[in-house]
Design a protein. Structure first.
Length: 594
């Protein structure tokens, strides 16, 4: 029997010596290999950017290793994966649709690492900033990326409960961070200094370091700082350009080091003054495992069931942090108590073997579950086959042979295989095939669309696999709705006519006309499709009222016996209406004097 095959996707080569997320992914790869899996690894960062030493390390472990998302479709097409693990929602947003198209039977696990919209909201509120519309769009994208997965991993029970409230409790499982730091053998009397560790690519760590130097350290006794200077260690420290006054006493900015272990083992305490963030903080786990007591904030302690005064000192503000640092630098009995209790606490929860067992439980669970395939299986046995049939049917029904049709295909050839029509991928490469990537943003999509329209494209098709574009690229969706006519919309396909002349020629209905809409929907539904009432109410000139009832309500007449409205429109839930339908209908009737 051949080994089971897993695909693991991460932002970069798993540089476990630089950031916590990479260490998490490195552990997952090792757990899979130890359990007999064959592993393929894909990093988003391209060759030349990716750290070659970590790529070579993976290859020496027997892991097929690729750099750059240009490989994503080729890997998905050429491999039959029994499992995919994707780190972070941004990567899942790109990779999961490709897997659903080319490897629909593969169960997909998204490791959230931490809940980004929670972290971003905390940062904004901590700065007294308002949440702007971009926050909502990004949070929506994050939740939709999780929704597309078969299972989401959370790093704490708190974040599992939060995501479970959106996705369902059965869709989210907790996997604690795994660590294997040995207790330091350096006795208290040989230790000195305060240590802060962080990956400074990460905004919460940058803000925490600046807060520590600007507001906490000035409150410490200078004699104490001479004996116990503050050392700041971590990846990307130089590039972060922190705003730290050179005059702050007793601070040493070290930057990246091959291993933080010597610093953990010889420091008297570790400080984690995080003001915002999410997830579980590996630096807290590492310090406590190394028998180095921690002073932190509620954000730094969350997700670990850490008890104030028992496992660590948890401070609410800068003065409280300064007090906690001072106590642990001067009170030996407190130091010994927290070192022992904290180390035992994290050993029980985050020890390597404990987490390895939990990891395999999660993988066994997701592999045994039915796949999340949202489309009905098509005649060729795949979800995409059914969608391709729907796209082909709509194009052949609505357009004329020879028309040029653009399809947001994600590179799936079956979605552009219509035969009698010239159907092209969107976006395109300069050679006419799929570009290999989605638009960078809404304006880029608009620019590409208009360029294609200038050279003859007449129709634009958005299949359900690309429906997330409507929230990810709101400017593009607004552009289509404002300038072109939506001629079809259902739960699988949306189509626009790119002939701009219709907008200039159409007549608007007179203002202040009233329209009464009476609609029926099938008993098998809970109501009409949301797009239908929305479109019928979209007129800025007509005043509309709508009444919808199930078609089994015999007392509901097909048309009202009497109405004060200027027009009465009867409609069923299976109607397919172009955009601005009601305006065009009433304007035409008004012109004809009907």
């Amino acid at each position: 029997m051949s080994a089971r095959h897993a695909l693991v996707v991460h932002t970069r080569m798993p540089a476990f010596d630089r950031d916590s997320g990479s260490q998490d992914i490195d552990n997952a790869i090792r757990f899979l290999l130890d359990d007999g899996w064959s592993v393929t690894f894909l990093a988003r960062e391209d060759d030349g950017v990716a750290e070659e030493r970590h790529a070579n390390r993976l290859r020496q472990m027997g892991v097929a290793t690729y750099a750059g998302f240009d490989w994503a479709e080729r890997i998905a097409r050429s491999n039959d994966f029994d499992l995919a693990i994707v780190a972070y929602w941004e990567l899942a947003e790109h990779v999961v649709p490709i897997l659903r198209i080319h490897s629909p039977g593969t169960p997909v696990v998204v490791n959230s690492m931490d809940v980004h919209f929670l972290r971003n909201a905390r940062r904004s509120f901590g700065r007294s900033d308002a949440l702007d519309p971009s926050f909502g769009r990004t949070a929506t994208r994050e939740l939709m990326a999780y929704h597309a997965a078969d299972l989401v991993i959370a790093v704490s029970d708190e974040e599992r409960a939060l995501l479970g409230a959106f996705l369902g409790d059965d869709r989210v499982m907790t996997l604690p961070l795994a660590e294997s730091v040995q207790r330091s053998s350096v006795p208290l009397e040989e230790r000195s200094g305060v240590l802060f560790v962080g990956n400074f690519r990460h905004a919460p760590n940058r803000d925490a370091a600046e807060f520590l130097c600007a507001e906490v350290i000035p409150q410490l006794d200078r004699e104490l700082l001479r004996d116990h200077p503050v050392t700041i260690v971590g990846n990307w420290l130089t590039e972060a350009n922190l705003t730290i006054d050179d005059a702050v006493p007793g601070v040493s900015l070290v930057g990246w080091v091959p291993s933080v272990r010597p610093y953990l083992e010889r420091s008297r305490i570790s400080v984690v003054p995080l003001l915002h963030g999410a997830g579980v903080k590996r630096k807290v786990i590492q310090s406590m495992m190394a028998y180095t007591p921690v002073v932190t904030t509620p954000v730094g302690a969350e997700g670990m069931d850490v008890i104030q005064g028992e496992h660590a000192l948890i401070a609410e503000d800068s003065a409280d942090l300064a007090t906690g640092i001072t106590r642990l630098l001067t009170e030996d009995d407190l130091w010994h108590h927290l070192a022992e209790a904290g180390s035992s606490h994290v050993d029980d929860r985050h020890g390597l073997e404990t987490v390895r067992t939990r990891f395999h439980e999660i993988i066994a669970h997701v592999v045994d579950q039915p796949r999340r395939v949202d489309d009905v299986i098509g005649s060729d046995g795949s979800a995409v086959g059914h969608l391709a049939e729907a796209v082909r049917d709509r194009i052949q029904t609505v357009t004329a042979p020879g028309d040029v049709v653009l399809v947001a295909s994600g590179g799936e050839e079956r979605l552009v295989d219509v035969g009698s029509h010239q159907v092209l991928h969107f976006p395109q490469s300069r050679f006419g095939g799929w570009a290999g990537y989605e638009p960078a943003d809404g304006p880029a999509a608009i620019t590409h669309l208009e360029a294609q329209r200038e050279v003859g494209a007449r129709w634009f098709v958005l299949p359900s696999t690309s429906f997330p574009w409507r929230t990810r690229f709101p400017e593009f969706d607004d552009h289509l709705e404002a300038h072109y006519r939506r001629v079809h919309e259902d739960d699988q396909v949306v189509m626009w006519d790119l002939d701009a002349s219709w907008g200039a020629e159409r007549a608007d209905p007179p203002a202040d006309l009233t329209v009464e809409i009476v609609g029926t929907y099938r008993t098998s539904r809970t109501g009409p499709p949301p797009a239908l009432p929305r479109d019928l109410a979209s007129s800025t000139r007509l005043r509309t009222t709508q009444t919808w009832r199930s078609d089994d309500e015999a007392a509901f007449p097909a048309l009202p016996e009497a109405s004060d409205a200027d027009y009465v429109v009867a409609i069923r839930d299976d109607a397919v209406l172009p955009s601005n339908f009601l305006d065009r209908l009433i304007a035409t009737q008004n012109e004809l004097g009907v």
